[in-house]
Design a protein around this ligand. Structure first.
Ligand code: MG
Length: 254
């Protein structure tokens, strides 16, 4: 069942979104070679707690950290570590959530570590833009699958592949609610979008093949099967009567 949020609930989610959006924006300036993914996680947790909010991911299904931090060929769900400093030329995706008075926002970005290859830059750019292609469809009266169709078309036109195994989702008092929001498929299907729906729209795209594998040892880390790069970009979006309301996008990132 897709839960429609009241204005009060949306206001609480937006307060949370302001914090997640700000943290992700600040990370763009902070991330540099030599930093570990544990350093990034520490910053995220400290900033969320400083606002009196709860890092949604910590303990979620047993996840051990506040942020999923995924380097290079890791698509999603990377576990922060203090033993592998980021290197010049790496790309790193950071996915975070904050719970505020019981209401959640969820967002992710992929960052360059120092100077990166032209192809890596293009992957990050296409991933981000594919979100905005999907966002254009986030209007009351449209169908849910209009979003994913738009994302897939844009990504494939640019020569990258859309991951099929992981999807966006409804978000609210829980991080994962109905509906699933696929980043692919045919337009014009599924539920009609209505005012008050809250969706985490999160294209996950690969430089090479779409296939991914989950690490057997830690049970979390999801890597591209071919070892090529992966990128992730996510915002929490509220469907309104007019333009979609992106609650996790900092002014500086617009
Ligand atoms: Mg999400």
């Amino acid at each position: 069942m897709i839960r429609i949020k009241t204005d009060e609930q949306i206001a609480l989610m937006a307060e949370s979104g302001k914090v997640t959006g700000r943290i992700l924006s600040e990370l763009a300036d902070l991330i540099r070679p030599g930093m570990t993914t544990q350093d990034i996680d520490n910053y995220v947790e400290e900033q969320i707690r400083k606002e009196g909010m709860i890092p949604t991911f910590k303990g979620y299904n047993g996840f051990p950290a506040s942020a999923c931090i995924s380097v290079n060929e890791v698509l999603v769900h990377g576990i922060p570590s203090g033993s592998h400093p980021l290197k010049e030329g790496d790309i790193v995706s950071v996915d975070i959530g904050a719970t505020h008075k019981g209401w959640v926002s969820d967002a992710a970005r992929t960052y360059a570590v120092g100077e990166i290859s032209a192809e890596a830059k293009r992957l990050i750019k296409v991933c981000r833009q594919s979100f905005f292609e999907g966002l254009e469809k986030c209007r009351a009266g449209n169908r849910l699958t209009d979003i994913g169709a738009s994302i897939q078309t844009y990504v494939e036109k640019n020569g990258f592949s859309v991951v099929l195994d992981y999807v966006g989702h409804g978000v609210g008092s829980k991080m994962h609610e109905d509906p699933q929001v696929r980043n692919y498929g045919e337009a014009g299907k599924g539920p009609i979008l209505r005012k008050g729906m809250a969706l985490a729209i999160e294209p996950m795209i690969n430089e090479g093949v779409a296939d991914v594998v989950t690490d057997k040892e830690d049970g979390w880390t999801v890597r591209t099967r071919d070892g090529k790069l992966a990128a992730h970009y996510e915002n929490t979006v509220i469907i309104t009567d007019g333009d979609p309301y992106v609650i996790t996008l900092d002014e500086r990132d617009r």
